[in-house]
Design a protein around this ligand. Structure first.
Ligand SMILES: NC(=O)c1ccc[n+]([C@@H]2O[C@H](COP(=O)([O-])OP(=O)(O)OC[C@H]3O[C@@H](n4cnc5c(N)ncnc54)[C@H](O)[C@@H]3O)[C@@H](O)[C@H]2O)c1
Ligand SMILES: O=C(O)C[C@H](O)C(=O)O
Length: 320
């Protein structure tokens, strides 16, 4: 049986890391696409040359031709521009919307059966636009953010509690922006919810609040340190977790930006929610019960994404 084909649209910091992880984990053969001549070819060759020492079987090809992604099983989209210190993700909307148009058309023409994971920011609006431009089924187009934001939350919690991050679970829902919603009641250490851990004296409410805020600012913290771009190791690893869930039909329950219809009070809208990812793509949107405060934070986040989607429609009339 042929190996799965993974097309990576964008061969920058995340694209290159995705290619490396895909090869090391032997998820399939890789096509790295980018408009920058030489970059995808150079990264593909460099990673391929690491194969003998690492011991993986995967072919890697760099290209500027969308025809090379033909028949891809998975497309992961990072094409576009990252933010710099002082910018918000939303400042990228105009420039990256144009990129989503060409990428959506390329995927529609050459890989219409692929499971598509968008990473480009501002995430929730870009995944919506990518789906519109590509015309692919909603369950085959999603965005990566919740896995990353939850991983950051888990890391900070594991440090605070001095326990293995393997035992920490967390859910961050809503849009991937300043309004994201880290849900403390649904985040646990080995099944013990965070509010109980506060009562047990493992931490204080103030410290937990600070960790929640650090999670919300997680992307900006890395941008402030790197200065020339944004995070790429954890984002790539998070997207690979989603791609693997699809390719191996794992039925993982992962938070991601998915098309929500008839749940969470939404009627056909992309935002971060818990989903089940398997061979069918986004097989299920899981509607969890929220209390009044959680619902208010979620609604606030949805409103922020609605504003960005409206801005997209204002820029490109084919989306209106
Ligand atoms: N969703 C998330 O959680 C998350 C996390 C980190 C970064 N991001 C976003 O991911 C995107 C990529 O980040 P990065 O660090 O890899 O950036 P990068 O600048 O290193 O790479 C982007 C690549 O896209 C290419 N590109 C630009 N226009 C293109 C087009 N029309 N077609 C194909 N390729 C094109 C560029 O040549 C470049 O190589 C940014 O928008 C960033 O904000 C999102
Ligand atoms: O913060 C950014 O600009 C990149 C990404 O969205 C992140 O959360 O790391």
């Amino acid at each position: 049986m042929a190996r799965p084909k993974i097309a990576l649209i964008g061969a920058g910091q995340i694209g290159g890391t995705l290619a490396h992880l895909t090869a090391i984990k032997e998820l399939g053969d890789v096509v790295l696409f980018d408009i920058a001549e030489g970059i995808p070819e150079g990264k593909a060759l460099d990673i391929a040359e690491s194969g003998p020492a690492e011991g993986f079987d995967a072919s890697l090809k760099g290209t500027q031709d969308y025809a090379d992604i033909a028949g891809a099983d998975v497309c992961i989209v990072t094409a576009g521009v990252p933010r710099k210190p002082g910018m918000s993700r939303d400042d990228l909307l105009g420039i990256n919307l144009k990129v989503m148009k060409s990428v959506g058309e390329g995927i529609a023409k050459h890989a219409p059966d692929a499971f598509v994971i968008c990473i480009t920011n501002p995430l929730d609006a870009m995944v919506w636009a990518l789906r519109e431009f590509s015309g692919l089924p909603h369950e085959k187009v999603c965005g990566m953010a919740g896995v990353l934001d939850s991983a950051r939350f888990r890391h900070f919690l594991a440090e605070e509690f001095k326990v293995s991050m393997k035992d920490v679970t967390a859910f961050v829902l809503g849009g991937h922006g300043d309004t994201m919603v880290p849900l403390t009641r649904y985040s646990t250490v080995a099944g013990i919810p965070l509010p109980d851990l506060v009562e047990m004296g493992w931490t204080t409410q103030d410290k937990l609040d600070a960790i929640v805020q650090r999670t919300r600012d997680g992307g900006a913290e890395i941008v402030g340190l790197l200065k020339t771009g944004s995070a790429f190791y954890a984002p790539a690893t998070s997207a690979i977790e989603m791609a693997e869930a699809y390719l191996k039909d794992q039925k993982r329950l992962l938070p991601c930006a998915a098309y929500v219809d008839n749940a969470y009070g939404l009627d056909g809208f992309y935002v971060g929610v818990p989903t089940v990812i398997g061979a069918g793509g986004i097989e299920r949107v899981v509607e969890i019960k929220m209390n009044k405060d959680e619902q208010a934070m979620f609604n606030n986040s949805v409103d922020a994404v609605k504003g960005l989607v409206a801005a997209c429609k204002g820029i490109d009339e084919t989306l209106a």
